[in-house]
Write a protein that binds this ligand. Sequence first.
Ligand code: CIR
Length: 399
Amino acid sequence: MTTPHVTSEVGPLRTVLLHRPGGELKRLTPRNNDQLLFDAIPWVDRAEQEHDAFAAVLREQGVEVLLLDELLSEALRDPRARTAALHSGVDERRLGAEVADTLCSYLSSMDEKTLTGVLVSGMTFEELPAAEGQSLVRRMHQPHDFAIDPLPNLLFTRDSSVWIDDRVAVTSLAMPARIRESALTDLVYAYHPRFAQSARAYGAHSAPVEGGDVLLLAPGVVAVGVGERTTPAGAESLARSLFADDLAHTVLAVPITQTRASMHLDTVCTMVDHDAVLMYPAIRDHLTAYVLRPAGEGIKVSGPEPFLRASAEAMELDRLRVVDTGLDPVTAEREQWEDGNNTLAVSPGTLVAYERNVETNARLEDAGIEVLRISGSELGSGRGGPRCMSSPIVRDPLY
Ligand SMILES: NC(=O)NCCC[C@H](N)C(=O)O
């Protein structure tokens, strides 16, 4: 077991956090999928198979795969974790005092594995334990309304935590459907014995920052996308916190279009080598960055400058290579939507990508990058690829 440590996007990956999807995906219906941030209703068994295959590819590369639900079950052995879990899962504003009390006692009686299942997959009103007496809340809710919301986006472990150097930042997620993911991830890092010694980055901030927006371009250089999810206030407070902890010397705040297709920076740009990125051609020449550096107790902001130039300068490179997907605009748009840009490097020049993005993968190979292909027809229905579905915990240093 190696101590958590991540200083780049591409250093050899040793340990990663995934979440194997399950019952929470079975909660998705055509009535709730938009609110729960899925674009289609996944075929759950197939999604599980695809995820198992993803994990197997990583293990074949020598990566230790940790599964969030297993860590959470283990963390819940600590009574403090249990209390915090009930607090985050049971919303008295929604349920009223009586149902909330009944639900708390019911959850308290569960073993760790069952409780984890409920916290992740949620609970409907018809699944609540029976109770004596009259309850207006029970009578007025529909049987399939959620008493505890399911968390189908837990699959995208990237977004709720980011290791920066030897510290973990549990992020503040922007969308209501995802806020509780941070609470569960927080339980793992607060109470699982494996992480008992881990220090935090970013602390208990509330300005939204999502891990899909955070790219560790090089040791000390962090790019933060600012758009649909991470706000300017989030980027600024993350920068302040990284500077205060001496975890970065430069933060690049990168404006991205506020659309679903580019919800995070990693939907349009990921690193594929220590000096190379894969980028969506439509933004390659337009992406800019505000450059943030520490200045005494405060920060100095300059720019905006072209993203590629600002990145190369901060990374002390002559230039950042761009894998030019060279695609026609329609194919590029299709493959970007299907997470063609959302790759996970397992070492410099080797990455995991969805097989369906045939053109992008071919161009990566032309550029000398090894592409380990996985199927993502069902996993991708939540709009996320291999990078979104993984939170690296240990990567070997690059140099
Ligand atoms: N880093 C990422 O781009 N994560 C994908 C998140 C997809 C999820 N359905 C969401 O909308 O938040």
